[in-house]
Design a protein around this ligand. Structure first.
Ligand code: ADP
Ligand code: MG
Length: 212
């Protein structure tokens, strides 16, 4: 369960970004919609504990994020969250396989090659295992980013504009795959987007208003 009440955040010297109240039950999916600058990325970063110092309430599975110490928050992020960024943030010096291994490595979890192979297979990337990420198409790279985000089986998946850079065909494939892997893992999925093509894919929508 992810829940926000009276949540707001102010960057130093900026205006307060006020978020609508919302509650997303465990295992359900939601779109965070809003114009550019409305605070979608900020909300995902708050949820991921990458930004601290909000006012109001922000709870994940009953835990108020502001109550966690830095160390607990790092732990929480590594074990419970999968992140997919707009630009996939893959490490270009590493192969597809090694990019995936970063997920358990950074979370301090044991590395399972069986799990890596299973996820690569599932996302149609098995033959790219040893490729450099520089050789991938945008659609393939975004699938690797999804693979890395789901590798640790996180109960919460956060995706920031995962399809904005993709053509219609890849957009459909990537969002369908993301929904499918989230469903299979019974994960809660939050997708921030201004991509109109996703509106029919996920019915629960949280609408962010422009910052005034
Ligand atoms: P969105 O993802 O919906 O485009 P953002 O969360 O990126 O919106 O931005 C929300 C507002 O916060 C914008 O006005 C933006 O300029 C501002 N903002 C974003 N990141 C920073 C930052 N690191 N420092 C100061 N202001 C920021
Ligand atoms: Mg953004």
């Amino acid at each position: 369960m992810v829940r926000a009440d009276n949540l707001s955040f102010t960057y130093s010297g900026g205006k307060a970004i006020r978020f609508p109240d919302f509650e997303i039950p465990s295992g359900e999916h939601a779109l965070l919609l809003g114009q550019s600058g409305s605070g979608k990325t900020t909300l995902l970063h708050l949820l991921g504990g990458l930004l601290r110092g909000y006012s109001g309430t922000l709870q994940v599975d009953g835990t108020e994020l502001s109550s966690l110490s830095e160390t607990k928050l790092d732990h929480f992020r590594g074990k419970r969250l999968g992140f997919i960024f707009q630009r996939n943030h893959l490490i270009s010096a590493l192969s597809v396989e090694k990019n995936l291994i970063m997920a358990p490595y950074l979370a301090g979890l044991p590395i399972s090659h069986k799990r890596v192979n299973e996820v690569l297979e599932h996302l149609g990337l098995a033959e790219k295992k040893h490729s450099s990420v520089l050789e991938l198409s945008q659609g393939q790279a975004q699938r690797v980013a999804i693979a890395r985000a789901v590798l640790n089986n996180p109960p919460i998946i956060l995706a920031d504009e995962p399809t904005s850079a993709l053509d219609d065909g890849n957009c459909r494939k990537v969002i369908d795959l993301l929904i499918q892997v989230a469903n299979e893992a019974k994960a809660t999925l939050l997708v921030a987007t201004h991509d109109q093509r996703l509106k029919d894919k996920i019915s629960h929508q949280v609408i962010l208003k422009p910052v005034v």
